[in-house]
Design a protein around this ligand. Structure first.
Ligand SMILES: *[C@@H]1O[C@H](CO)[C@@H](O)[C@H](O)[C@H]1NC(C)=O
Ligand SMILES: *[C@@H]1O[C@H](CO)[C@@H](O)[C@H](O)[C@H]1NC(C)=O
Ligand SMILES: *[C@@H]1O[C@H](CO)[C@@H](O)[C@H](O)[C@H]1NC(C)=O
Ligand SMILES: [Zn+2]
Length: 351
C-alpha cells in the first residue's frame, strides 16, 4: 500500500476537531491582532452599551456602532444601524424613560440608518441631516425605513437640546457627499462614519469610498478636532487619536506604493521589471487581439497586486483584516492616483 493512501485513510478516520465542515475553498486569513478587539458583546443581549460620560453612549453589535445622548428633555440618537435594530431602543431604556426627540443621520447609507423608522416618525422626532443626505435619500427612497430629514443644513449646525450640544460640520465629500462630522463638545467625542476603522484596515474598496482625495483629507480634518473618543460606525471598540494616525500612515503607504507601481510600469527596456507595460502587456494583446479592456484590466490588476503586496508585508501584523481587503483597497487607490491625482504612468501626455 502506498504511503499517500495510508495518510489519506488516516486523515479520513481521524475524528474532526469541529462538527462543522469547512469547505476547502474558504480562505484562512492572518490572525486578528489583539489591538483590534474590543470588550466582548454579551451573547444574551446581542449588543454592548458603553458610556462616555455626561449622558453619552455607544451601542454596538460588534460590527456596527450607533450613539445616543440623554438630555434633560429627550434623547438624541445618532444613526440607527439595522443590525442593531430594536436593541437601540432596549439600550436607551436601560438608562432613561425620556422619549427620543432627535435622530441625526451621519450620512445616507442604509446599513447605518436603515432602522431609523423604529425611533419614531416626523410627528414626534426631528430628523437631522446634511442637505446632500436629504437629496441622496430622495433619489433612492426605501419605503420609509429612512424617514426624510426634517431639519437640514449645508455647512455647520449646532444641535442644542436642553443640556446636550452636538456640533455638526460638513467638511466636504469623502466616503459620500453629505457625510458629516458629529462632535459632542462636552464629552469630546467625535463621530465620522466609514472613514477610520480603529485597529482594522478599511473595509472593501476603502470603505466603499466615493471621493478618495476627500477621504485622504478627512484624516487631517479629524485631527483638527480636540477629541478623546472617535466613533467610526464600525466594529467593536471606540477609537483614539492614535488609531487615526495609524490609519493615516497605512493610507500614505498605499498611496506611495501605487505611485511606485505606476512609475515602474512606465519603465522601458528592462526585461526583469514585470510591471513594465513592454513586459506585461504584449502577451495579453496577443491572446486578446483588439480587446482594449482586456489589456487595461491586466495592467490595473498587476499594479494593484503589487501595491497590495507592499502594504500587506508592512501592515498584516498591525491592522486586522489587512490581507482580506488590501487588494480591494489597492484597486481603488490606484485608480484614484491615476485619475484624481494625475499620476498617469505610461498613459500620460503623448509626444
Ligand atoms: C444632561 O441631562 C441628563 C439627564 O438628566 C444627564 O443624564 C446627562 O448627564 C446630562 N448631560 C450633560 C452634558 O449635562
Ligand atoms: C529592472 O527592474 C527590476 C525590477 O523592478 C529592478 O529591480 C531593477 O533595478 C531594474 N533595472 C534597472 C537597470 O533599472
Ligand atoms: C504578490 O504576492 C504574491 C504572493 O506572494 C505573488 O505570487 C505575486 O507575484 C505578487 N505580485 C506582484 C505584482 O508583486
Ligand atoms: Zn456608508
Amino acid at each position: 500500500m502506498k504511503l499517500s493512501y495510508l495518510l489519506f485513510l488516516l486523515l479520513e478516520l481521524l475524528p474532526q476537531s469541529s462538527s462543522v465542515d469547512v469547505p476547502s475553498s474558504v480562505t484562512t486569513y492572518a490572525p486578528i491582532p489583539t489591538s483590534a478587539a474590543g470588550p466582548p458583546v454579551p451573547n444574551s443581549l446581542g449588543y454592548r452599551l458603553q458610556s462616555f460620560g455626561d449622558g453619552s453612549y455607544m451601542v454596538t453589535d460588534g460590527v456596527y456602532q450607533g450613539l445616543f445622548f440623554v438630555s434633560c428633555e429627550g434623547v438624541i440618537v445618532v444613526d440607527a444601524p439595522p443590525t442593531i435594530g430594536e436593541n437601540i431602543i432596549r439600550a436607551i431604556r436601560t438608562v432613561t424613560d425620556l422619549p427620543v426627540s432627535h435622530v441625526v443621520y451621519s450620512h445616507s447609507h442604509a446599513d447605518h440608518i436603515g432602522a431609523a423608522y423604529l425611533l419614531g416618525d416626523p410627528s414626534s422626532v426631528t430628523f437631522v441631516a446634511h442637505q446632500l443626505t436629504a437629496e441622496a435619500l430622495a433619489l433612492a427612497p426605501d419605503y420609509g425605513h429612512r424617514p426624510a430629514p426634517t431639519l437640514t443644513f449645508e455647512t455647520s449646525y449646532t444641535l442644542e437640546v436642553c443640556n446636550q450640544t452636538l456640533q455638526l460640520d460638513y467638511n466636504g465629500p469623502n466616503h459620500e457627499p453629505g457625510n458629516i462630522f458629529i462632535f459632542a463638545t462636552v464629552q469630546k467625542l467625535l463621530m465620522l462614519v466609514d472613514i477610520i476603522y480603529p485597529g482594522w484596515i478599511p473595509f472593501n474598496s476603502l470603505g466603499e469610498v466615493q471621493n478618495v482625495p476627500g477621504f485622504v483629507k478627512a484624516h487631517e480634518q479629524i485631527l483638527e478636532y480636540d477629541f478623546d473618543y472617535y466613533i467610526g460606525g464600525h466594529l467593536n471598540r471606540a477609537g483614539t487619536r492614535q488609531d487615526v494616525l495609524i490609519q493615516q500612515e497605512y493610507i500614505q503607504d498605499l498611496y506611495n506604493a501605487c505611485v511606485s507601481a505606476l512609475e515602474m510600469s512606465a519603465e522601458q527596456g528592462n526585461a526583469s521589471n514585470a510591471l513594465s507595460v513592454s513586459v506585461l502587456l504584449p502577451p495579453v494583446e496577443k491572446a486578446n487581439p483588439g480587446n482594449s479592456w482586456a489589456v487595461f484590466r491586466a495592467y490595473l490588476d498587476a499594479l494593484a497586486e503589487y501595491a497590495a503586496n507592499v502594504t500587506i508585508d508592512k501592515w498584516v501584523d498591525k491592522l486586522a483584516g489587512t490581507d482580506v481587503f488590501a487588494l480591494s483597497n489597492a484597486n481603488v487607490m490606484l485608480e484614484s492616483v491615476r485619475i484624481d491625482w494625475g499620476v498617469l504612468g505610461p498613459y500620460g501626455v503623448s509626444e
